[in-house]
Design a protein around this ligand. Structure first.
Ligand code: KIV
Ligand code: ZN
Length: 385
């Protein structure tokens, strides 16, 4: 299907580059197993040459998962590629992900070379990788800041050398969605042989635009999204898997979808957060603890009447039991009555008025009136429970 979007999960590679968040092989295997059940298409398991531990993790994941492509990262360096091939040798579907910087910033200031040399090294890296695996992905690092004409030259050359996927990373999270989308469109329209490869998005979140840029990439012809659970990654992180998946589910008009089992998203998020010892911000889209919590009176009243008034996602779709009505000093009578009914307390109109006034006094001195406080309130009023 032309509109099938492949999910390339890099939680275990780019995601694990979060300062201070190392995972051991056991944790990585556990996460890889869950990613396979979640339905990702590719697991980027690590950067095999970077350390013996990373080599071991890639190798063990390659042995473990059977229905997913397992990918190892390399620089455009022969030794890196040989080591990655060794780590991936037991994978049923191995992929080598190799590449080099293509922006003038990287070419002249980081690598200190010429564009011609970058072009040669890019082709060479793909040819080396092709000796070991059929599936070779090439990344043009800092493509977000790379001149489109030179980028097209590189992309054309690596596809001719056998790259099956070409990754267009916005490494520094610099692009605006229109700009990133236009870059993908330019490549689709100007690269000879582009139909032989899949274009991939890989967006960083330095300006909070990683998700928007990935979606703009898809709207302009990219068919793979590189992302991480909870959007983890170095600096401001990577594109968040759960966000791009649910955007495509909710906007059917895009006619693009993944094979992610969204009901597993919430548990997956908690697993990664726990193993990485990295809390998820409460207001994080889809998986934050407040993503389905309503606390202001106007919203609560609307949700109690009909969930669709303030919810665009049924929480069950992403594995959350139900949305919650949080009692705070901003809550109204409808919310109080709803929560009381949930604990089996049915009040008359007059009783509710008394309870509500007492509730406001409690709520003013507590951030949240939880079930224990609510029960205490009911007993203190001596109304029928
Ligand atoms: O952000 C980036 O450019 C990367 C590449 C190594 C794929 O992570
Ligand atoms: Zn990255």
């Amino acid at each position: 299907m032309d509109n099938r979007i492949y999910i390339f999960d890099t939680t275990l590679r780019d995601g694990e580059q979060v300062p201070g968040c190392r995972l051991d092989t056991r944790d990585k295997l556990l996460i890889a197993e869950e990613l396979e059940l979640l339905g990702v298409d590719v697991i980027e398991a690590g950067f095999p040459i970077s350390s013996p531990g990373d080599f071991e993790s890639v190798s063990e994941i390659a042995k473990l998962v059977k229905n997913v492509t397992v990918c190892g990262l390399t620089r455009a360096v022969q030794k890196d590629i040989e080591v990655a091939a060794e780590a991936l040798k037991h994978a049923k579907f191995p992929r080598i992900h190799t590449g080099i910087g293509t922006s003038d910033q990287h070419v002249f200031t980081k690598i200190k070379t010429t564009r011609e040399d970058i072009l040669e090294r890019s082709k060479q890296a793909v040819k080396w990788a092709k000796k070991y695996v059929e599936d070779v992905e090439f990344y043009a690092e800092d493509a977000g800041r790379t001149d489109n004409v030179f980028l097209a030259q590189v992309v054309e050359a690596v596809i001719a050398a056998g790259a099956t996927v070409v990754n267009i990373p916005d490494t520094t999270g610099y692009c605006l969605p229109e700009e990133y989308g236009a870059k993908i469109k330019y490549l689709k329209e100007n690269v000879k042989g582009i139909e032989k490869a899949i274009l991939s998005t890989h967006c960083h979140n330095d300006l909070g635009l990683a998700t928007a840029n990935s979606i703009a990439g898809v709207q302009n012809g990219a068919r793979q999204i590189e992302c991480t659970i909870n959007g983890i990654g170095e600096r401001a992180g990577n594109t968040s898997l759960e966000e791009v998946v649910m955007i495509m589910r909710k906007h059917n008009w895009m006619k693009c979808d993944t094979k992610i089992d969204a009901k597993r998203l919430n548990a997956m998020s908690r697993l990664v957060s726990e193993k990485m010892r990295m809390p998820v911000q409460p207001n994080k889209a889809i998986v934050g603890s407040n993503a389905f919590a309503h606390s202001s009176g106007i919203h609560q009243d609307g949700v109690i009447k009909n969930r669709d008034n303030y919810e665009i996602i049924d929480p069950a779709e992403v594995g959350v039991n139900e949305s919650s009505i949080i009692l705070t000093a901003r809550s109204g009578r409808a919310a109080l009555n709803y929560r009381l009914e949930n604990i089996g307390v049915k009040l008359s109109k007059e009783e509710l008025e008394i309870a509500y006034n007492a509730f406001l006094t409690v709520a003013d001195t507590h951030n949240v009136v939880d079930e224990t406080l609510l029960r205490e309130l009911v007993s203190s009023l001596a109304i029928n429970a």
